[in-house]
Design a protein around this ligand. Structure first.
Ligand SMILES: [Zn+2]
Length: 383
């Protein structure tokens, strides 16, 4: 049982991120874990975060959707959580996967405004208005996760509807995210040079945080400030370029990943490289036989995405996303090519990689649940 729960928590860990390129909604962790009506269980449970993340994946019809979680510091010692859950949240905090704050205030709304993300909360609209009235009034930007027949569903606070809607980054967000920031506090997990430096620093793997994935600073008196430490942030120069790519298998986006000039990405059945994108779990036997452990490598060079085939069997390019066989351009082993706007790389029929906005979703589908390993039937969501 214990082992299974920790597997679920590991799965949830892959779906919390403060990376502005990957996070798709903002939540207040202290609030979500107390949605007791979702499962009728303990007063607080970290598994409820997984249930809300699953609900978001179902609404957006995409797998592996991370949320940006704001965490009140008191949660790190909340006696309603199990000691294992508290340890997991502390690890997320040390790794900068979540944002820990002494007093979250309206930070959840600030993040949503800066990044153009929807907010998942039950706090009533009048309680939220504050500094961000426009956010609350936009249809689909603020939704409440409530119990539904097959797990949580969302109810919009304003304008009805149940699908969370993303907006544009605010002008302040665009400005803040064009720079990289440094926190003077040693070992800052959000704006440090990398590595946690927290209580578990000696135990945890050292997470090299790329400045391209830094969260948005908070603005205090107009000055970029570390939300964790309340200190003014130093300007570390232009933020490195990045590009987001997505893997589509069987017509559906299974995960997104970020390329920077320092961090290429290898995609394959089971790449050995650190940070490699593993496709194995989504492939049938034929695809698994065809696709190499490491199949294609993506690099970002001067803003261009370069794809290199590193496989045994080769790949193909579908220029402009065309599915016509006549348009398919072979990419032989060891061959490289610039991925132009709209181009998709095809590793095997139905297994494609491209820019997410250019990979439209296919048939209706049920995303893989992060809760699939949950120990009780009550926690298990329909698949
Ligand atoms: Zn800091």
């Amino acid at each position: 049982m214990r082992f299974e729960i920790s597997k679920v928590l590991d799965a949830i860990e892959g779906r919390v991120s403060t990376d502005p390129s990957l996070a798709r909604a903002v939540v207040d962790l202290a609030e979500v874990i107390r949605y007791q009506d979702l499962d009728g269980g303990r007063p607080a449970s970290l598994l409820r975060l997984g249930m809300v993340i699953d609900a978001l994946a179902r609404e957006l019809e995409e797998d592996s959707i991370p949320v940006y979680a704001v965490v009140h510091r008191a949660l790190l010692s909340d006696a309603d959580l199990t000691s294992n859950e508290r340890m997991v949240v502390r690890r997320w905090a040390d790794d900068g996967l979540v944002e820990v704050l002494d007093n979250p205030g309206d930070r959840m709304l600030e993040v949503a405004d800066l990044l153009g993300l929807p907010v998942l909360t039950r706090v009533r609209a009048d309680g939220l208005r504050g500094r961000y009235p426009w956010l609350v009034e936009q249809a689909g930007r603020v939704l409440a996760p409530v119990p539904g027949a097959g797990g949580p569903v969302f109810i919009a606070h304003v304008g009805g509807g149940h699908t969370p809607v993303a907006g544009d980054r605010s002008p302040a967000g665009v400005k803040l995210l064009s720079r990289q920031w440094r926190c003077a506090e040693p070992g800052c997990a959000l704006f440090g040079g990398g590595g946690g430096g927290g209580a578990f620093a000696d135990l945890s793997r050292v997470v090299e945080r790329s400045p391209a994935g830094q969260p948005p600073p908070t603005l205090r008196g107009g000055a970029p400030t570390c939300p964790r430490h309340g200190t003014r942030l130093g300007d570390g120069g232009p933020r490195p370029r990045s590009a987001v790519l997505a893997v589509r298998v069987g017509g559906l986006i299974r995960r997104r990943f970020v390329l920077t000039e320092d961090q290429p990405a290898v995609v394959g059945r089971a790449p050995d490289q650190a940070g490699g994108i593993v496709l194995g779990q989504w492939l049938n036997d034929e695809a698994r036989r065809w696709i190499s452990r490491s199949h294609v490598r993506f690099e970002l060079r001067v803003g261009e995405v370069i794809v290199t085939d590193v496989s045994t069997n080769g790949s193909g390019i579908r220029p402009g996303g065309s599915m016509a066989e006549a348009d398919r351009v072979p990419l032989a082993p060891q061959q490289s090519r610039v991925l132009a706007e709209g181009d998709m790389v095809e590793l095997y029929p139905g297994v494609q990689i491209g820019r997410p906005d250019e990979l439209p979703a296919g048939a209706p589908y049920t995303p893989t649940s992060v809760m699939a390993e949950a120990p009780t039937m009550a926690m298990r969501l329909p698949r």
